[in-house]
Design a protein around this ligand. Sequence first.
Ligand code: PXP
Length: 242
Amino acid sequence: MRLGVNIDHVATIREARKTFEPSPLFAALIAQQAGADQITLHLREDRRHIQDRDLELIKSSVHIPINLEMAPTEEMRDIALKLVPHRVTLVPERREEITTEGGLDVVKLSSYLKEFIRPIREADIEVSLFVEPEEEQIEVSKEVGANAVELHTGRYANLYNEHDMEGAMRELQRLARAGSVAKLLGLRVYAGHGLTYWNVSMLVEHLKDVVEELNVGHSIVSNALIWGMERAVKEFLKLIGR
Ligand code: PXP
C-alpha cells in the first residue's frame, strides 16, 4: 500500500499564532525523504490551515505527487487548474466542522459533479471522490467521470477507538465490498480518515487486496511532534507493510 501524508495540521499549528513556523513545506520535504509516496493537503475555503502560498511552494518543491483535497467550488477548481496537482480529491466542506465529516454525496450532486469534473480531467488531473463505502455512491462516482474513490474510514476508526471490535470488523467488510465494486468498475481505490498507528494494522490486514493507498494526517503529524516527521512517517510505513 502507498502512503499519502496529509500535512494540514502542521499549518494548523502555524495558524494558531499566524506566524511562519512550523513550515508545511519543510514537513512535506521530510515526509518525502522518509519514504512518503504522496503529499496530501486540503485547501479549505476558510483557509484555516493550508494557505494558497503553501500550495505553490510545496507543488514547486516536492517531486512526489500532490493530492489536493478541496470542496467542489468554482474558486477551488480555478486554483487546481492553475496549479495542476497530480490529483484532486473532492470532499464535502462545512465551515463549522472540525474536520471533514462524512463523504461527498455524489448521488445528490451527480449532475453538478459531472460538469465540474470535466475540465479537471481535460487538464490531465486525476479526480478522486471522497465517499462513504456505499455501492450507489461508487457507481455514480464512475458515472460522473471520476478516476478513483477514496473510501471514508472514519466510522471504522471510531469503532476501533471505542474498542467495538465487532462493529469495526463489520465496517471493514463494508469497506472491502465497496472497494471491490469500485475496482470492478475500473476505479482506483484509496482510503483514509481517522487512521492511527493503532487502528491501521487491522485495516491493512483486511483491505490490502482492495485499497492501494492510504491518506493519513492527524495521527502522523501528532506523532511527528514527539518523534519528528521522519520517524513518524517511517513508523507508519512499517505498519502498512513497507
Ligand atoms: N482523506 C481525506 C479525504 C480527508 O479529508 C482527510 C482529512 O483532511 C484525510 C484523508 C486525513 O484524515 P486524518 O487527518 O484523520 O488522518
